[in-house]
Design a protein around this ligand. Structure first.
Ligand SMILES: C[S@@+](CC[C@H](N)C(=O)[O-])C[C@H]1O[C@@H](n2cnc3c(N)ncnc32)[C@H](O)[C@@H]1O
Length: 169
């Protein structure tokens, strides 16, 4: 059997590849609800991100992610966190915060936590389970009649547009 290199980059599916492409080249990014940690591993390996906060409330997920980082000798560039949602930032200023692979309602709850993301770029990707959950734009949530989520997503879109217009990093 052909030996498998322990340092081979974990394969990303199309969804995670798309998210990875949106992450800016930066010093610190946070992967909230990282599960297996493949996205963070990829971002660190490719040099797109220097250090990652990798969080998951599940011990099993953190164990999987830790194993992956150890195999890839990346533990010195990772802070693993068991905190709920954005609390994983713990006062640190991340350049990008990734919240992916969760349902829209959970993403919205996390975004409503009383945590200052200090201008970090927010990258959101809901889990595509069925159309309502996959709806992650303000307009989409309005169409399915959820005004709370529509408002949350509209605020994020407005803030990100304003930061883009102002030329913020
Ligand atoms: C379906 S996985 C998505 C993994 C990865 N982000 C992706 O997009 O492939 C969702 C993960 O979020 C974690 N999770 C759920 N609620 C969370 C919370 N409030 N804070 C941190 N992690 C959470 C779960 O334990 C699970 O591992």
């Amino acid at each position: 059997m052909k030996p498998v290199s322990p340092l081979r980059l974990p394969a990303l599916d199309r969804r995670l590849s798309r998210i990875a492409e949106q992450v800016p080249v930066c010093d610190l990014a946070a992967d909230i609800g990282a599960d297996h940690g493949k996205l963070s591993c990829h971002l660190l390996h490719t040099g797109r991100v220097k250090r990652m906060i990798v969080s998951d409330i599940s011990q099993h997920s953190r164990d999987k992610a830790r194993d992956l980082f150890i195999r890839h000798r990346l533990m010195d560039r990772v802070s693993l966190s068991a905190a709920d949602g954005l609390h994983a930032l713990d006062g640190q200023k991340a350049d990008a915060v990734i919240i992916a692979g969760m349902g829209g309602a959970l993403i919205a709850r996390i975004l409503q936590q009383d945590v200052d993301v200090q201008g970090a770029l927010l990258l959101l990707g809901a889990l595509v389970l069925y159309p309502i959950v996959a709806t992650v734009t303000a307009e989409g949530w309005r169409q399915v009649g959820d005004d709370t989520l529509a408002t949350v997503f509209q605020q994020i879109a407005d803030e990100q547009r304003a930061r883009g217009a102002g030329g913020a990093a």
